[in-house]
Design a binder for this molecule. Structure first.
Ligand code: NAP
Ligand code: MG
Length: 488
């Protein structure tokens, strides 16, 4: 039942349960659209509570079966094979991601997919290195700790980095021996289904990886409520994160939440201006601003403000807004019409609040269609304005002038969020002092939006808790068991 969309093979989506593609039990379907044209790409099975039941049952059976007794090194080999297959299929995965999400093909093919493969390979290496300790306790006991998998993990992910976030959630969970039910975002389900095939082709036993497409209140909420799920790992909005945490209390699930941000990007007067402009632009316009770590509040020291703004505006004007399949495109369409409308609403609010619009400010179209928004900059923003406090999740930058280090640290931390921050200066002491004072899970000094499989990523404050990536991610996917043996 193959079909094509603009010459690309795209199949109608089914649920992936127990290594088989199946229809949703209630028979419902929803559509996924192409942000650059507004057309429907294909339709997708809409999973509901009974499908979550089936997926959780498969995941529990896999834990009790071959997966649960598989040598750790073998789990690592299987994950390595997944990394290889992602790399082999990079061209197709990048096309599907760009079709479904709208991100420039240059980003999906050169950043998202290769990084997804590197992350899976990194965690493949951890599979047989997750160990406990022998403890020199008082008394005549042999006492040791085990790190055991948490069990069945429900993973609920957003639409901004569909395959990348799927991989950075799944790989550590699998390395640690858990089984998974993944609920992708309804706007971008296609690469998760490609990934399901990859796991099957790599030789994963049935039930270890399950993908249930559907919406948040249906499939997502059923996963959160399910007594057979031991943990929920979520990336998305703070409001939904709070709801998930509340609902998880009923079954006392383990929860890790990677939520929104309003990250400060701070340019001190002694910074290398060319690099700082480059970092400011990438910090907000990469992936059309649909980045949880986006440097959406740009703090510029007053002494360089005028000169900096000239360079910033010139660089923004060069940022090509076009069809995401054009390799020169740097700003693609927003993921959905709703998201575009939401961003435009914030732009209107910024104007009404009295911020000075110095670039963009409107919707855009390419060939008369698509959910684009012009790269937009507001200057002279007050840190208390709505556009400086709420996550816009689009290509909208708020520039806030500051006086000195003390002033900027106070303003930078005056937010409910604490996901990331950038600091631009040549002064090594100022850089590290500021990094220490900023309340954020990641601080980039003279760079921005740099990621590596080894670097833990996650939030302070209302940006959530728990860490993705790095060795720290494994802690969130294991339970520690302490065993005491009486030697008397
Ligand atoms: P969202 O509502 O938080 O969605 C994220 C995921 O949670 C999706 O898979 C969603 O499913 C699911 N979900 C929604 N309600 C749920 C519930 N009650 N129980 C369980 N799962 C549920 O995010 P969004 O609507 O896509 O975007 C809204 C805003 O969130 C954005 O504008 C942005 O500010 C923020 N956001 C942040 C990040 C981040 O990386 N931190 C990523 C995306 C969005 P469905 O959407 O399929 O219904
Ligand atoms: Mg889509």
């Amino acid at each position: 039942m193959n079909q094509t969309f603009h010459g690309h093979e795209v199949q109608p989506g089914q649920l992936f349960i127990n290594n088989e593609f199946v229809e949703a039990s209630a028979g419902g379907r929803f559509t996924t659209s192409c942000p650059s044209t507004g057309e429907v790409i294909t339709d997708i099975a809409e999973g509901t509570a009974p499908d979550i039941d089936a997926a959780v049952a498969a995941a529990r059976a896999a834990l009790a079966g071959t997966w649960g007794s598989m040598p750790a090194a073998r789990r690592g080999q299987l994950l390595s094979r997944v990394a290889d297959l992602i790399e082999e299929r990079i061209d197709r995965l990048a096309v599907i991601e760009t079709l479904d999400q709208g991100k420039p093909i240059t980003e999906s093919s050169k950043a998202d997919i290769p990084l997804a493969a590197r992350i899976v390979r990194y965690f493949a290496g951890w599979a047989d290195k997750i160990t406990g300790d022998v403890l020199p306790v008082a008394g005549n006991y042999h006492t040791y700790t085990h790190r055991q998998p948490v069990g069945v993990v429900g993973q609920i992910i957003p639409w901004n980095f569909p395959i990348l976030i799927a991989c950075w959630k799944m790989a550590p969970a699998l390395a640690a021996g858990n089984t998974i039910v993944l609920k992708p975002a309804e706007q971008t389900p296609l690469t998760a289904l490609e990934l399901a095939k990859i796991f099957r082709d790599a030789g994963f036993p049935p039930g270890v990886v399950n993908v249930v497409t559907g919406d948040g209140p249906g499939a997502g909420a059923s996963l959160v409520a399910h007594p057979g799920v031991n943990k929920i790992a979520f990336t998305g909005s703070t409001a939904v994160g709070q709801e998930i945490m509340r609902r998880s209390a009923d079954t006392l699930k383990r929860v890790s939440l990677e939520l929104g941000g309003k990250s400060p990007n701070i340019v001190f007067e002694d910074a290398d201006l060319t690099s700082a402009v480059f970092g400011a632009i990438g910090g907000i316009f990469y992936n059309k601003g649909e980045v949880c770590a986006a440097g959406s509040r740009l703090f510029v020291q007053r002494s360089i403000h005028a000169a900096f703004m000239e360079q910033l505006k010139a660089a923004t004007a060069k940022r090509l807004v076009d069809d995401p399949f054009n390799p020169k495109t740097r700003v693609g369409p927003q993921v959905s019409a709703e998201q575009q409308a939401r961003i435009l609403g914030y732009i209107e609010q910024g104007k009404a609040e009295g911020a000075r619009l110095v670039a963009g400010g409107e919707a855009a179209q390419v060939n008369g269609r698509g959910w684009f928004v012009q790269p937009t900059i507001f200057d002279e923003v007050d840190n208390g304005m709505v556009i400086a406090q709420e996550e816009i999740f689009g290509p909208v930058l708020s520039v806030i002038p500051f006086d000195d280090a003390e002033d900027v640290v106070r303003k930078a931390n005056a937010t409910i969020y604490g996901l990331a921050a950038g600091i631009w200066t040549k002064d090594i002491k100022l850089a590290h002092r500021t990094a220490r004072a900023i309340e954020a899970g990641t601080v980039w000094i003279n760079c921005y939006n740099v990621f590596d499989p080894m670097g833990p990523f996650g939030g302070f404050k209302m940006s959530g808790f728990g860490r993705d990536l790095g060795r720290d991610a494994l802690d969130d996917y294991t339970e520690v068991k302490t065993v005491w043996v009486d030697l008397n």
